[in-house]
Design a binder for this molecule. Structure first.
Ligand code: AOF
Ligand code: ZN
Length: 367
């Protein structure tokens, strides 16, 4: 019995759920999931588990074995046709005797883009494209951005009181949100390639910026420090062996300090900003060429404000705790002049909210 089109969405949904399991492990590769179906029964499943490891289709084909003959493969991105860290999936699909491939969109990676579909069709395999394309592109938005714009996907995160403060007037911020919220932040850290903060936050909080709750992967730690003034006694420098520290400085930063930071084991990236300024766009292009797929920016307000103003942020995650801090000082997450009319405010798209304990999280897309 031929498979009906609504089943295509059902199996693709499952393939997308499988793909999601690779989050935080596969980058800078995309998250990809695959399901093989024969006579309306799933005979194989797989997902890309870790960078450099087998692709989703190969896991599914191995599970499907001889049942792959004449079956339909659902895969969340065009199967690859190139020799990279692994052999091409399109060839393995042809060899396994798959009769039909249902997928979402072509792989944007120029080394293989469009070639997988062509090879499958040339081998007589029926290919259906465009199934749940939007969902697939959203899932891998950071991968698409890195390939198409050469820059990592930027997530801005802050935690504030219900009256919109990220600290008290004395600078204290430990802790505004609940333990459950903070645990989730560590989960997020384990899923991104880099965590970024400004030097003022480092001087104030002396953070580690590692992932501590869930035994997850440590992100690279990126510090915006135009004058190369990160203290050698900071918790960051003391833990330089735990995960790479990248310091972004202005080209006018004192060379002696830059050299000392390099000798301490940090990677220093110089940008063309003046003495007090790091050129964030240039920095992101450089981080993109180092294949960082996504970066979570955790403050403070100076860097958050620049990112929003320069339209460099892609996603925002805001934790709102039911406490009132009060006072007036530079304790808001976003500073600057602000807009004059509400109708000119920056608008967040595709808003979602959820809770941790009594905190509410609001997240959405910016660009
Ligand atoms: C697929 N299935 O599960 C994934 C694909 O270095 P490699 O061999 O791992 O190739 C990485 C590229 O392959 C990656 O940039 C993307 O274009 C594609 N990813 N393709 O058929 C998969 N993860
Ligand atoms: Zn592949």
């Amino acid at each position: 019995m031929p498979l009906m089109k609504e089943h295509d969405e059902e199996y693709m949904t499952l393939a997308l759920e499988l793909a999601e399991k690779g989050r935080g492990m596969v980058e800078p590769n995309p998250m990809v999931g695959a399901v093989i179906v024969k006579n309306n029964e799933i005979v194989g499943k797989g997902y890309h588990k870790n960078y450099g490891g087998a692709h989703a289709e190969i896991h599914a084909i191995n599970e499907g074995g001889v049942n792959c003959k004449g079956a339909t493969l659902y895969v969340t991105m065009e199967p690859c046709a190139h020799y990279g860290k692994t052999a091409p999936c399109a060839a393995a699909i042809i060899l396994a005797g798959i009769a039909k491939v249902v997928t979402t969109c072509v792989d944007p990676n120029p080394v293989t883009s469009g070639k997988g579909v062509k090879q499958l069709q040339a081998a007589g395999i029926t290919v259906r494209m465009g199934v749940m394309e939007d969902q697939a592109k959203k899932l891998n938005a950071p991968f698409f951005k890195l390939i198409q714009k050469g820059m990592p996907y930027i997530i801005v995160k802050w935690a504030m009181s219900i009256d919109g403060k990220i600290a008290t007037v004395t600078g204290d911020s430990k802790w505004i949100t609940s333990e459950e919220s903070r645990r989730y932040v560590h989960t997020l850290r384990s899923q991104v390639d880099g965590v970024m903060v400004g030097i003022n936050t480092v001087l104030k909080d002396d953070p580690l910026l590692t992932c501590r709750f869930n035994g997850g992967r440590n992100p690279k730690r990126i510090i915006i420090d135009s004058r190369a003034s990160l203290p050698l006694t900071s918790a960051l420098i003391r833990t330089v062996q735990q995960s790479e520290i990248i310091i972004a400085v202005s080209k006018n930063a004192p060379q002696k300090k830059v050299e000392i930071l390099r000798q301490s084991g940090c990677r220093v990236i110089e940008t063309n900003g003046d003495y007090d300024h790091v050129d964030l766009k240039e920095l992101f292009l450089k981080l993109g060429s180092m294949r960082l797929t996504n970066i979570m920016v955790e403050g403070g307000s100076k860097i958050i404000t620049s990112l929003l103003k320069e339209r460099l942020a892609d996603k925002i995650i805001v934790f709102i705790a039911p406490i009132i801090i009060g006072g007036c000082g530079d304790t808001s997450p976003v500073l600057g002049k602000g807009v004059e009319n509400v109708c000119d405010a920056l608008k967040i798209r595709e808003v979602r909210h959820y809770r941790f304990s009594d905190d509410i999280v609001v997240e959405g897309l910016l660009n």
